[in-house]
Design a protein around this ligand. Structure first.
Ligand code: 13P
Length: 250
């Protein structure tokens, strides 16, 4: 693994307010180090913080992304919703789609497919989340689920250039549990084989997400197939986030 060429995506979920974005200052300074030249840091705060964060990170290499969008790419009567066009218009470059917390609330593969298409139309880079539940894992269905989520989510898509896949086993999110290294490597290799087959693309990036923290990152970063990390809880404290990056590249 070329550890100096990795993605570190902070998913703040439904946490944070205007004052939280001040804490990113240390990450902004840290990111100026030459050692981090090829590292890509992306912050995905709640919708309310997107614009202030884009402003705060002006003149830095750190990008901002949203955590979701409505599947309708046009404006319309959808109270409480935000579409990809709106996300793009405030200066975001990335968007997380298909997160299991949204799948859990009824988001289907079909809806995710529409969302991905609408985001790509706006030239957003998509961080497309997939992963099996504990029950599916116990029933040895992991591969079937990953395949289904990829094939349905990316249905009728010919270009995967702007898609980064994030493998997030549902059972590892927020639980402190992570997959065994061998198991994780196999899952990532499998995901890569599927997307390569589908689009004849070689360099599709696959991230890992689920309970990544400063304690387990050293082991996780030894797994050669992983191209970066999607980090929830541990990304909210800049010190932890910086620690994770440092331990990965060192
Ligand atoms: P945690 O790092 O809090 O387990 O969350 C992972 C996640 O869901 C990132 O999208």
């Amino acid at each position: 693994m070329t550890n100096n060429n990795m993605y570190f995506v902070a998913n703040w979920k439904m946490y944070g307010n205007l004052s939280s974005i001040n804490s990113i200052k240390s990450v902004k300074i840290f990111n100026q180090s030459k050692k981090l030249k090829n590292i890509k840091i992306i912050y995905c705060p709640p919708f309310t913080l997107l614009r202030p964060l884009v402003k705060k990170l002006k003149n830095s290499k750190i990008s901002v992304g949203a955590q979701n969008c409505h599947h309708n790419s046009d404006f319309g009567p959808f109270t409480g919703s935000v579409n990809a066009k709106m996300v793009k218009s405030v200066g975001c470059k990335y968007i997380i789609l298909g997160h299991s917390e949204n799948r859990h609330n009824g988001e289907t593969d079909k809806i995710i497919n529409l969302k991905i298409k609408s985001a790509l139309k706006e030239n957003l880079k998509v961080i497309f989340c997939i992963g099996e539940t504990l029950k599916e894992k116990r029933n040895r269905k992991t591969r079937i689920i990953l395949r289904k989520q990829i094939m349905s989510g990316l249905k009728n898509m010919t270009k995967l250039n702007n898609i980064i896949i994030a493998y997030e086993p549902v059972w590892s999110i927020g639980s402190g549990k992570i997959p065994k290294s061998k198991e994780l490597n196999k899952a990532i290799e499998y995901i890569k084989s599927l997307t390569i087959k589908k689009n004849k693309l070689k360099n599709n990036k696959v991230l890992y997400g689920g309970s990544v923290n400063p304690k387990n990152i050293k082991n996780l970063s030894k797994i050669g197939s992983i191209d970066g990390f999607l980090i929830g809880g541990a990304s909210q404290k800049s010190k932890n986030f910086i620690d994770i990056i440092k331990k990965t590249i060192n």
